[in-house]
Design a protein around this ligand. Structure first.
Ligand SMILES: Cc1cc2nc3c(=O)[nH]c(=O)nc-3n(C[C@H](O)[C@H](O)[C@H](O)COP(=O)(O)O)c2cc1C
Length: 186
């Protein structure tokens, strides 16, 4: 099996991280991988925001948790009020993805960019996880005001966030693959 496919098959979502920061070189390589993802009609109507500042991250986490507490969904409320809950699992780096609101392919464009980032990170021995919470709390006024401070345009919607850092535990094993999800017609 070639290295690229091996990298795809061995990537796992990582939810426990060391405090140690990833290098600027690796961060830039991961962002470059994001920028080279496919996008609808090649429009690249996305924006990637890397945050490595703990104070800013903590402020964002607090606002996200407050937004979750306002949710009508009981599970989200519980997450928001749980002092131990950190949506980014303590990852030292996060990369927020956002897309132009009117883009017809923005959600998919960001998903392609996120997967490129996860695979690039894995190839560099950096753990990663897709964090979805900003996709549904990104328009909460307090969360949005922080996103605006971070330079995310008001007319951009938030998609997934990539949590990035060095694993502090062995990566989990992959779940068995579901049967019957593929049809080949010749
Ligand atoms: C659209 C999407 C949203 C996700 N959101 C979260 C999330 O908010 N938090 C989290 O811990 N994992 C999240 N994940 C990661 C999945 O839980 C994970 O990919 C899945 O359990 C399979 O595990 P694997 O990535 O190790 O193969 C998300 C994945 C996708 C594709």
């Amino acid at each position: 099996m070639n290295e690229v496919i091996q990298n795809i098959l061995t990537r796992r979502s990582i939810r426990t991280y060391q405090e140690k920061q990833i290098s600027d070189e690796d961060l830039n390589a991961i962002l470059e991988a994001a920028k080279f993802a496919p996008s609808g009609m090649g429009r690249q109507n996305w924006h990637f925001t890397a945050v490595q500042n703990k104070e800013i991250m903590d402020k964002l986490i607090l606002a996200i948790k407050e937004a979750l507490q306002k949710s009508e969904i009981e599970q989200f409320k519980k997450m928001g009020s749980n002092p131990a809950f950190n949506p980014f699992y303590g990852a030292p780096s996060i990369i927020l993805t956002a897309y132009e609101k009117n883009s017809q392919t923005g959600v998919s464009d960001c998903a392609a960019a996120l997967q490129n980032m996860f695979l690039a990170a894995h190839s560099l021995n950096i753990g990663s996880c897709w964090i979805h919470v900003l996709a549904f709390t990104g328009n909460d006024p307090k969360v949005r005001s922080i996103l605006t401070e971070l330079g995310i345009p008001e007319d951009y919607e938030l998609s997934g966030t990539a949590a990035l850092g060095f694993n502090s535990k062995e990566a989990p094993k992959a779940a068995p693959r579901k049967e019957g999800t593929v049809t080949i017609i010749k």
